[in-house]
Write a protein that binds this ligand. Structure first.
Ligand SMILES: [Zn+2]
Length: 303
């Protein structure tokens, strides 16, 4: 009798599990920040995978064969947009042969929707190597714009699984409230450094600088995706010295040599900042990533 009851319970549990799994919305996010936001909104009703692990260049996540079946089964693909993923996503979508997630379909979730890009170049030509042809795509480093992505993701989840709409909306609102509280903390922590100039390797930081009152002085790259020339580095060092720029940001996917040289020569502090969760240790979530960025910048400028 006991055994029978045990087997029935086991069967019920097994059926329950398969039912839950079958109902889960399968999401592939290109980057780890979007994956984290999707997990927060989707809760138990989503299964989220990220193509990036966090240490990659957002413009060049190396394509793995395993990405194709993952995308083939996906209900949604969540992306940054503004052509950020130009080098890998279009080819993967074509290979995945999944009509649900093609451009223009409800499963193609472009989080740049509703966001006005900064630094839009006159030509949308990739041929000169500029990887920001539709303007700067690194809006996720501004947590207020990340809130827009949260809303876009929530709407897409509701569209594909309307039966869970109430849960998605509840999760969205709880996460936005949490993010609002963190934004207030981050603003307060960076407030003493208003007007401080900094440079970085790649043009990742215009939205972040604008949000927190810092001045984005320039980049070590000649332009987005184009390596610096010796002349550009020389000019940058000269002007940084003249303008007393106290901070050099190095993103983990770029080599340390040139940023370190520039920092040494100008007397600026050098900090390594992640551009998505997982870029450095202890930044597994979007909030942890922003916490790390804000604390690191504040610590460097304090000393
Ligand atoms: Zn970029």
């Amino acid at each position: 009798m006991k055994l029978k009851l045990f087997l029935v319970t086991l069967l019920a549990a097994w059926l329950g599990t398969t039912q839950v799994n079958a109902a889960k919305v399968r999401v592939v996010a290109t980057l780890t920040d979007l994956a984290d936001l999707t997990r927060n909104v989707g809760g138990d009703f989503v299964e989220v995978r990220s193509l990036a692990t966090g240490i990659e260049d957002t413009h060049g996540v190396p394509m793995k064969p395993s990405f194709v079946p993952l995308l083939n089964r996906a209900d949604l693909v969540v992306l940054v947009g503004f052509d950020c993923e130009h080098a890998f996503l279009p080819a993967l979508l074509e290979a995945s042969k999944n009509p649900r997630i093609l451009v223009g379909k409800p499963g193609y979730v472009d989080c740049s929707k509703g966001i006005s890009p900064v630094d839009v170049p006159k030509s949308t030509d990739h041929s000169e190597g500029d990887v920001h042809p539709y303007g700067n795509p690194h809006y996720m480093l501004d947590p207020v714009l990340a809130e827009s992505a949260v809303k876009t993701i929530c709407a897409a989840l509701i569209n594909v699984a309307p039966e869970h709409a109430a849960d998605f909306e509840k999760n969205r609102d709880a996460y936005l409230a949490k993010l609002d509280a963190k934004i207030a903390e981050w603003r307060a922590e960076l407030a003493p450094f208003k007007g401080t100039k900094f440079v970085s390797y790649h043009e990742h930081w215009p939205y972040f600088a604008e949000r927190f009152g810092l001045v984005y002085y320039g980049t070590i790259e000649l332009k987005p995706g184009v390596d610096p020339t010796p002349r550009h580095i020389e000019n940058l060092i000269t002007s940084m010295k003249a303008d007393h720029v106290p901070l050099v940001v190095r993103e983990p996917q770029f080599p340390e040599k040139v940023p370190a040289l520039i920092a040494k020569d100008t007397g600026a502090k050098l900090v390594k900042l992640p551009i998505m969760p997982g870029g450095v240790a202890n930044t597994d979530t979007y909030i942890a990533e922003l916490d790390y960025i804000v604390h690191t910048v504040a610590d460097a400028l304090k000393k």
